[in-house]
Design a protein around this ligand. Structure first.
Ligand SMILES: NC(=O)c1ccc[n+]([C@@H]2O[C@H](COP(=O)([O-])OP(=O)(O)OC[C@H]3O[C@@H](n4cnc5c(N)ncnc54)[C@H](OP(=O)(O)O)[C@@H]3O)[C@@H](O)[C@H]2O)c1
Length: 350
Protein backbone atom coordinates (compact mmCIF):
# COMPACT_ATOMS: atom_id res chain seq x y z
CA UNK A 1 0.00 0.00 0.00
CA UNK A 2 1.12 3.55 -0.71
CA UNK A 3 1.38 5.36 2.61
CA UNK A 4 2.17 8.81 1.30
CA UNK A 5 -0.63 11.26 1.96
CA UNK A 6 -1.46 13.28 -1.12
CA UNK A 7 -1.15 17.02 -0.67
CA UNK A 8 -2.71 19.28 -3.30
CA UNK A 9 -0.18 20.79 -5.71
CA UNK A 10 -0.82 23.55 -8.26
CA UNK A 11 -0.95 21.84 -11.62
CA UNK A 12 -2.15 24.70 -13.73
CA UNK A 13 -0.41 27.85 -14.87
CA UNK A 14 -3.73 29.70 -14.87
CA UNK A 15 -3.30 32.61 -12.44
CA UNK A 16 -6.68 34.25 -13.09
CA UNK A 17 -9.27 34.40 -10.31
CA UNK A 18 -11.20 31.50 -11.86
CA UNK A 19 -12.82 29.12 -9.35
CA UNK A 20 -10.65 26.11 -8.58
CA UNK A 21 -11.29 22.59 -7.39
CA UNK A 22 -9.39 19.63 -5.95
CA UNK A 23 -8.76 16.89 -8.50
CA UNK A 24 -6.69 13.74 -8.91
CA UNK A 25 -4.12 14.41 -11.63
CA UNK A 26 -1.81 12.20 -13.67
CA UNK A 27 0.88 13.68 -15.90
CA UNK A 28 2.19 10.34 -17.15
CA UNK A 29 1.06 6.75 -17.55
CA UNK A 30 1.82 4.38 -14.72
CA UNK A 31 0.52 2.75 -11.58
CA UNK A 32 -0.84 4.30 -8.38
CA UNK A 33 2.29 6.40 -7.81
CA UNK A 34 1.60 8.64 -10.85
CA UNK A 35 -1.55 10.01 -9.19
CA UNK A 36 -1.33 13.37 -7.42
CA UNK A 37 -3.92 15.53 -5.73
CA UNK A 38 -3.93 18.85 -7.56
CA UNK A 39 -5.79 22.14 -7.92
CA UNK A 40 -7.45 22.66 -11.29
CA UNK A 41 -9.85 25.28 -12.68
CA UNK A 42 -13.50 24.31 -12.38
CA UNK A 43 -14.59 23.41 -15.93
CA UNK A 44 -17.09 25.61 -17.75
CA UNK A 45 -19.96 23.74 -19.41
CA UNK A 46 -20.12 24.33 -23.17
CA UNK A 47 -23.46 24.31 -25.02
CA UNK A 48 -25.10 20.91 -24.47
CA UNK A 49 -22.94 20.17 -21.42
CA UNK A 50 -23.75 19.89 -17.72
CA UNK A 51 -21.42 20.81 -14.84
CA UNK A 52 -21.81 18.33 -11.96
CA UNK A 53 -20.66 18.82 -8.37
CA UNK A 54 -19.25 15.34 -7.86
CA UNK A 55 -20.15 13.53 -4.63
CA UNK A 56 -18.83 10.09 -5.58
CA UNK A 57 -16.93 8.56 -8.50
CA UNK A 58 -16.66 4.87 -9.39
CA UNK A 59 -13.36 3.13 -10.00
CA UNK A 60 -13.22 0.16 -12.35
CA UNK A 61 -10.78 -1.81 -14.48
CA UNK A 62 -11.30 0.45 -17.48
CA UNK A 63 -10.07 3.47 -15.49
CA UNK A 64 -7.09 1.43 -14.28
CA UNK A 65 -6.20 0.66 -17.92
CA UNK A 66 -6.46 4.35 -18.88
CA UNK A 67 -4.19 5.39 -16.00
CA UNK A 68 -1.69 2.65 -16.86
CA UNK A 69 -1.88 3.25 -20.62
CA UNK A 70 -2.14 -0.51 -21.08
CA UNK A 71 -2.71 -2.39 -23.23
CA UNK A 72 -0.56 -0.19 -25.48
CA UNK A 73 -3.17 -0.60 -28.23
CA UNK A 74 -5.26 1.95 -26.30
CA UNK A 75 -2.56 4.61 -26.76
CA UNK A 76 -2.60 4.10 -30.52
CA UNK A 77 -6.39 4.24 -30.48
CA UNK A 78 -6.37 7.84 -29.26
CA UNK A 79 -5.80 7.92 -25.48
CA UNK A 80 -2.43 9.63 -25.99
CA UNK A 81 0.79 8.05 -27.26
CA UNK A 82 3.30 9.20 -24.62
CA UNK A 83 1.05 10.61 -21.91
CA UNK A 84 -2.70 10.59 -21.25
CA UNK A 85 -4.72 13.21 -23.11
CA UNK A 86 -7.09 13.44 -20.13
CA UNK A 87 -5.17 14.43 -17.01
CA UNK A 88 -8.01 13.78 -14.58
CA UNK A 89 -8.86 10.05 -14.42
CA UNK A 90 -12.24 8.51 -13.71
CA UNK A 91 -15.46 8.06 -15.67
CA UNK A 92 -18.46 7.09 -13.52
CA UNK A 93 -19.84 9.74 -11.19
CA UNK A 94 -22.84 10.78 -9.14
CA UNK A 95 -23.57 14.22 -7.74
CA UNK A 96 -25.75 17.28 -8.20
CA UNK A 97 -26.06 19.57 -11.18
CA UNK A 98 -24.18 22.81 -10.55
CA UNK A 99 -24.80 24.58 -13.87
CA UNK A 100 -25.98 23.78 -17.38
CA UNK A 101 -24.71 24.97 -20.74
CA UNK A 102 -26.87 26.56 -23.43
CA UNK A 103 -29.43 24.20 -24.95
CA UNK A 104 -29.58 21.74 -22.05
CA UNK A 105 -33.22 20.94 -21.38
CA UNK A 106 -33.31 17.73 -19.33
CA UNK A 107 -31.41 18.92 -16.26
CA UNK A 108 -31.41 21.95 -13.97
CA UNK A 109 -29.24 23.12 -11.07
CA UNK A 110 -29.74 20.97 -7.98
CA UNK A 111 -30.84 17.77 -9.79
CA UNK A 112 -29.27 14.58 -8.41
CA UNK A 113 -27.65 12.71 -11.31
CA UNK A 114 -25.39 9.82 -12.29
CA UNK A 115 -23.43 9.35 -15.46
CA UNK A 116 -20.18 8.64 -17.27
CA UNK A 117 -17.73 11.44 -17.98
CA UNK A 118 -16.08 10.04 -21.10
CA UNK A 119 -12.80 11.77 -21.83
CA UNK A 120 -13.36 14.39 -19.12
CA UNK A 121 -12.40 12.91 -15.73
CA UNK A 122 -14.52 12.20 -12.66
CA UNK A 123 -12.02 12.13 -9.79
CA UNK A 124 -12.52 15.80 -8.97
CA UNK A 125 -14.90 18.06 -7.11
CA UNK A 126 -16.55 19.07 -10.41
CA UNK A 127 -16.86 17.41 -13.80
CA UNK A 128 -18.55 18.40 -17.04
CA UNK A 129 -20.41 15.91 -19.19
CA UNK A 130 -22.52 15.91 -22.32
CA UNK A 131 -26.25 15.92 -21.52
CA UNK A 132 -26.57 12.45 -23.06
CA UNK A 133 -24.00 11.00 -20.64
CA UNK A 134 -26.25 11.67 -17.64
CA UNK A 135 -29.52 10.47 -16.14
CA UNK A 136 -31.37 11.37 -12.95
CA UNK A 137 -30.26 9.38 -9.91
CA UNK A 138 -32.85 6.90 -8.60
CA UNK A 139 -33.97 8.16 -5.19
CA UNK A 140 -33.40 4.75 -3.57
CA UNK A 141 -29.63 4.84 -4.31
CA UNK A 142 -27.03 6.69 -2.26
CA UNK A 143 -24.56 8.80 -4.28
CA UNK A 144 -21.91 6.13 -3.62
CA UNK A 145 -24.16 3.36 -4.97
CA UNK A 146 -25.12 5.51 -7.95
CA UNK A 147 -21.44 6.10 -8.81
CA UNK A 148 -20.87 2.34 -8.71
CA UNK A 149 -23.51 1.77 -11.36
CA UNK A 150 -22.76 3.03 -14.90
CA UNK A 151 -19.84 1.31 -16.66
CA UNK A 152 -20.02 -2.04 -14.85
CA UNK A 153 -23.81 -2.37 -14.95
CA UNK A 154 -23.87 -1.27 -18.63
CA UNK A 155 -21.36 -4.02 -19.50
CA UNK A 156 -23.31 -6.62 -17.54
CA UNK A 157 -26.63 -5.60 -19.10
CA UNK A 158 -25.17 -5.70 -22.60
CA UNK A 159 -23.61 -9.12 -21.98
CA UNK A 160 -26.69 -10.73 -20.43
CA UNK A 161 -29.58 -9.09 -22.27
CA UNK A 162 -28.27 -7.90 -25.64
CA UNK A 163 -25.44 -10.30 -26.56
CA UNK A 164 -26.21 -13.59 -24.77
CA UNK A 165 -29.97 -12.89 -24.86
CA UNK A 166 -30.41 -14.92 -21.69
CA UNK A 167 -33.83 -16.58 -21.43
CA UNK A 168 -35.76 -17.78 -18.38
CA UNK A 169 -34.75 -21.31 -17.43
CA UNK A 170 -31.30 -21.20 -19.05
CA UNK A 171 -28.29 -22.19 -16.99
CA UNK A 172 -25.75 -19.34 -16.96
CA UNK A 173 -22.15 -19.54 -15.73
CA UNK A 174 -20.68 -16.20 -14.59
CA UNK A 175 -16.88 -16.32 -14.30
CA UNK A 176 -15.61 -13.45 -12.14
CA UNK A 177 -18.97 -13.23 -10.37
CA UNK A 178 -17.72 -11.36 -7.31
CA UNK A 179 -16.21 -8.34 -9.08
CA UNK A 180 -17.57 -5.09 -10.55
CA UNK A 181 -19.20 -6.43 -13.73
CA UNK A 182 -19.84 -9.93 -12.36
CA UNK A 183 -21.89 -8.70 -9.38
CA UNK A 184 -24.33 -7.03 -11.78
CA UNK A 185 -24.27 -9.92 -14.28
CA UNK A 186 -25.40 -12.36 -11.58
CA UNK A 187 -28.29 -10.09 -10.57
CA UNK A 188 -29.39 -9.31 -14.14
CA UNK A 189 -29.29 -12.98 -15.22
CA UNK A 190 -31.39 -13.89 -12.16
CA UNK A 191 -33.83 -11.09 -13.02
CA UNK A 192 -34.14 -12.65 -16.50
CA UNK A 193 -35.22 -15.90 -14.83
CA UNK A 194 -32.01 -17.86 -15.41
CA UNK A 195 -30.37 -20.39 -13.13
CA UNK A 196 -26.99 -18.84 -12.24
CA UNK A 197 -23.74 -20.49 -11.20
CA UNK A 198 -21.07 -18.00 -10.09
CA UNK A 199 -17.32 -18.65 -10.24
CA UNK A 200 -15.19 -16.80 -7.68
CA UNK A 201 -12.37 -17.26 -5.18
CA UNK A 202 -13.10 -18.67 -1.71
CA UNK A 203 -13.51 -15.29 0.02
CA UNK A 204 -16.19 -14.08 -2.41
CA UNK A 205 -18.47 -17.13 -2.53
CA UNK A 206 -20.81 -15.85 0.21
CA UNK A 207 -21.06 -12.47 -1.56
CA UNK A 208 -22.00 -14.17 -4.85
CA UNK A 209 -24.71 -16.26 -3.16
CA UNK A 210 -26.08 -13.11 -1.50
CA UNK A 211 -26.35 -11.52 -4.96
CA UNK A 212 -28.79 -14.31 -5.83
CA UNK A 213 -26.65 -16.98 -7.52
CA UNK A 214 -28.17 -20.46 -7.21
CA UNK A 215 -24.80 -22.06 -6.66
CA UNK A 216 -21.12 -21.19 -6.70
CA UNK A 217 -17.83 -22.74 -7.78
CA UNK A 218 -14.60 -21.91 -5.97
CA UNK A 219 -12.11 -21.75 -8.85
CA UNK A 220 -9.19 -22.28 -6.48
CA UNK A 221 -10.51 -25.77 -5.68
CA UNK A 222 -12.73 -26.89 -8.53
CA UNK A 223 -12.74 -26.73 -12.33
CA UNK A 224 -16.11 -25.56 -13.68
CA UNK A 225 -15.52 -27.60 -16.85
CA UNK A 226 -15.06 -30.84 -14.91
CA UNK A 227 -18.71 -31.88 -15.24
CA UNK A 228 -18.70 -31.37 -19.02
CA UNK A 229 -20.96 -29.28 -21.26
CA UNK A 230 -23.81 -28.18 -18.99
CA UNK A 231 -24.15 -24.41 -19.44
CA UNK A 232 -26.41 -22.67 -21.98
CA UNK A 233 -24.50 -19.40 -21.54
CA UNK A 234 -21.02 -18.63 -20.22
CA UNK A 235 -20.12 -15.03 -19.36
CA UNK A 236 -16.33 -14.96 -19.21
CA UNK A 237 -15.49 -11.85 -17.20
CA UNK A 238 -12.21 -12.90 -15.60
CA UNK A 239 -9.41 -15.44 -15.67
CA UNK A 240 -8.44 -15.49 -19.35
CA UNK A 241 -9.11 -19.20 -19.73
CA UNK A 242 -8.47 -20.83 -23.10
CA UNK A 243 -11.33 -21.14 -25.57
CA UNK A 244 -10.90 -24.91 -25.41
CA UNK A 245 -11.43 -24.89 -21.66
CA UNK A 246 -14.48 -22.63 -21.84
CA UNK A 247 -16.07 -24.62 -24.69
CA UNK A 248 -15.72 -27.83 -22.69
CA UNK A 249 -18.29 -26.45 -20.22
CA UNK A 250 -20.64 -25.05 -22.91
CA UNK A 251 -23.57 -26.98 -24.40
CA UNK A 252 -23.28 -27.80 -28.14
CA UNK A 253 -25.57 -24.87 -29.04
CA UNK A 254 -24.55 -22.69 -26.12
CA UNK A 255 -23.30 -19.08 -26.15
CA UNK A 256 -19.95 -17.88 -24.83
CA UNK A 257 -19.63 -14.12 -24.28
CA UNK A 258 -16.12 -12.89 -23.52
CA UNK A 259 -16.49 -9.68 -21.52
CA UNK A 260 -12.90 -9.24 -20.36
CA UNK A 261 -10.02 -10.66 -18.40
CA UNK A 262 -6.80 -9.21 -17.04
CA UNK A 263 -3.20 -10.26 -17.78
CA UNK A 264 -3.89 -10.73 -21.48
CA UNK A 265 -0.57 -9.12 -22.50
CA UNK A 266 0.80 -5.55 -22.53
CA UNK A 267 0.10 -4.92 -26.20
CA UNK A 268 -3.34 -6.35 -26.90
CA UNK A 269 -4.70 -7.15 -23.42
CA UNK A 270 -6.34 -10.38 -24.56
CA UNK A 271 -8.19 -8.95 -27.55
CA UNK A 272 -6.54 -11.67 -29.68
CA UNK A 273 -8.47 -14.31 -27.68
CA UNK A 274 -11.72 -12.45 -28.38
CA UNK A 275 -10.95 -12.23 -32.10
CA UNK A 276 -10.07 -15.94 -32.25
CA UNK A 277 -13.38 -16.75 -30.54
CA UNK A 278 -15.35 -14.77 -33.11
CA UNK A 279 -13.47 -16.39 -36.02
CA UNK A 280 -13.96 -19.88 -34.62
CA UNK A 281 -17.66 -19.19 -34.10
CA UNK A 282 -18.21 -19.41 -37.87
CA UNK A 283 -17.15 -23.08 -37.79
CA UNK A 284 -19.05 -24.39 -34.78
CA UNK A 285 -22.65 -24.63 -33.58
CA UNK A 286 -21.61 -22.88 -30.39
CA UNK A 287 -21.85 -19.08 -30.53
CA UNK A 288 -18.53 -17.57 -29.40
CA UNK A 289 -18.57 -13.82 -29.18
CA UNK A 290 -17.42 -10.63 -27.47
CA UNK A 291 -18.31 -6.92 -27.40
CA UNK A 292 -17.16 -3.48 -26.36
CA UNK A 293 -19.79 -1.67 -24.33
CA UNK A 294 -20.72 1.91 -25.13
CA UNK A 295 -22.47 4.55 -23.05
CA UNK A 296 -25.78 5.93 -24.26
CA UNK A 297 -28.55 7.73 -22.47
CA UNK A 298 -31.01 4.93 -23.21
CA UNK A 299 -28.66 2.29 -21.75
CA UNK A 300 -28.00 4.50 -18.69
CA UNK A 301 -31.76 4.90 -18.30
CA UNK A 302 -32.16 1.11 -18.45
CA UNK A 303 -29.62 0.42 -15.68
CA UNK A 304 -30.98 3.27 -13.52
CA UNK A 305 -34.49 1.80 -13.92
CA UNK A 306 -33.26 -1.70 -12.98
CA UNK A 307 -31.74 -0.19 -9.82
CA UNK A 308 -34.88 1.81 -9.06
CA UNK A 309 -37.03 -1.32 -9.43
CA UNK A 310 -34.73 -3.27 -7.13
CA UNK A 311 -33.68 -5.77 -9.84
CA UNK A 312 -30.05 -4.76 -9.24
CA UNK A 313 -28.45 -3.33 -6.14
CA UNK A 314 -24.99 -1.75 -6.52
CA UNK A 315 -22.57 -3.23 -4.00
CA UNK A 316 -19.89 -0.82 -2.78
CA UNK A 317 -17.02 -2.68 -1.15
CA UNK A 318 -14.92 0.28 0.00
CA UNK A 319 -14.94 4.05 -0.20
CA UNK A 320 -11.78 6.18 -0.48
CA UNK A 321 -11.25 9.95 -0.35
CA UNK A 322 -9.79 11.89 -3.31
CA UNK A 323 -6.48 12.02 -1.41
CA UNK A 324 -6.52 8.24 -1.09
CA UNK A 325 -6.77 7.63 -4.86
CA UNK A 326 -3.44 5.71 -4.95
CA UNK A 327 -4.68 3.34 -2.23
CA UNK A 328 -7.94 2.86 -4.14
CA UNK A 329 -5.99 1.88 -7.28
CA UNK A 330 -3.84 -0.57 -5.32
CA UNK A 331 -6.97 -2.12 -3.80
CA UNK A 332 -8.42 -2.54 -7.31
CA UNK A 333 -5.17 -4.06 -8.60
CA UNK A 334 -5.32 -6.74 -5.94
CA UNK A 335 -8.87 -7.66 -7.08
CA UNK A 336 -10.05 -8.03 -3.52
CA UNK A 337 -13.17 -5.86 -3.87
CA UNK A 338 -16.56 -7.50 -3.60
CA UNK A 339 -18.48 -5.41 -6.12
CA UNK A 340 -17.20 -1.86 -6.64
CA UNK A 341 -14.73 0.68 -5.27
CA UNK A 342 -15.81 4.31 -4.96
CA UNK A 343 -13.90 7.56 -4.45
CA UNK A 344 -15.80 10.33 -2.70
CA UNK A 345 -15.19 14.07 -2.54
CA UNK A 346 -16.92 14.40 0.82
CA UNK A 347 -14.50 12.22 2.79
CA UNK A 348 -11.37 13.91 4.05
CA UNK A 349 -8.17 11.86 3.84
CA UNK A 350 -7.88 9.24 6.56
N1 LIG B 1 -16.24 -5.68 -22.92
C1 LIG B 1 -16.45 -4.54 -22.28
O1 LIG B 1 -17.00 -3.60 -22.85
C2 LIG B 1 -16.04 -4.40 -20.85
C3 LIG B 1 -16.68 -3.47 -20.02
C4 LIG B 1 -16.30 -3.39 -18.66
C5 LIG B 1 -15.27 -4.22 -18.18
N2 LIG B 1 -14.64 -5.07 -19.04
C6 LIG B 1 -13.56 -5.95 -18.57
O2 LIG B 1 -14.12 -6.94 -17.72
C7 LIG B 1 -13.13 -7.40 -16.83
C8 LIG B 1 -13.68 -7.43 -15.41
O3 LIG B 1 -13.93 -6.11 -14.99
P1 LIG B 1 -14.41 -5.85 -13.48
O4 LIG B 1 -14.61 -4.39 -13.36
O5 LIG B 1 -15.52 -6.76 -13.14
O6 LIG B 1 -13.09 -6.28 -12.66
P2 LIG B 1 -12.98 -6.65 -11.13
O7 LIG B 1 -13.92 -5.81 -10.35
O8 LIG B 1 -11.54 -6.65 -10.78
O9 LIG B 1 -13.54 -8.13 -11.07
C9 LIG B 1 -12.90 -9.23 -11.63
C10 LIG B 1 -13.22 -10.43 -10.72
O10 LIG B 1 -12.71 -11.62 -11.26
C11 LIG B 1 -12.21 -12.44 -10.21
N3 LIG B 1 -11.19 -13.33 -10.75
C12 LIG B 1 -9.84 -13.09 -10.92
N4 LIG B 1 -9.25 -14.14 -11.46
C13 LIG B 1 -10.21 -15.06 -11.69
C14 LIG B 1 -10.21 -16.38 -12.24
N5 LIG B 1 -9.09 -16.96 -12.66
N6 LIG B 1 -11.39 -17.03 -12.32
C15 LIG B 1 -12.53 -16.47 -11.89
N7 LIG B 1 -12.61 -15.24 -11.35
C16 LIG B 1 -11.45 -14.54 -11.24
C17 LIG B 1 -11.69 -11.47 -9.17
O11 LIG B 1 -11.78 -11.85 -7.82
P3 LIG B 1 -11.49 -13.29 -7.17
O12 LIG B 1 -10.29 -13.83 -7.89
O13 LIG B 1 -11.19 -12.97 -5.72
O14 LIG B 1 -12.73 -14.12 -7.33
C18 LIG B 1 -12.64 -10.27 -9.33
O15 LIG B 1 -13.71 -10.34 -8.41
C19 LIG B 1 -11.92 -6.47 -16.99
O16 LIG B 1 -10.95 -7.11 -17.78
C20 LIG B 1 -12.50 -5.27 -17.71
O17 LIG B 1 -11.55 -4.59 -18.48
C21 LIG B 1 -15.01 -5.18 -20.34
Amino acid sequence: MTNAMLEPTMTTTDTSDKATMRAVIQHEYGRAEVLQLGIEPVPTPAPGEVLVRVVAAGLDRGVWHMVAGKPYLMRIMGFGLRRPKTRIPGMDLAGTVEAVGRGVTRFKAGDAVLGTAIGAGAFAEFAKLGESQLVHKPANLSFEQAAALPVSALAALKAVRDVAKVQAGQHVLVIGAGGGVGSYAVQIAKAQGARVTGVASTGKLKHVLELGADDVIDYTRQDFAQAGPRFDVILDIAGNRTLKHLRRALKPRGTLVIVGGENGGSWFGGIDRQLRAMLLSAFTRQKLTSFVSTVSQSALTDVARLAQDGAITPVVDRTFSLAQAPQAFEYLENAKARGKIVITTTLTAA
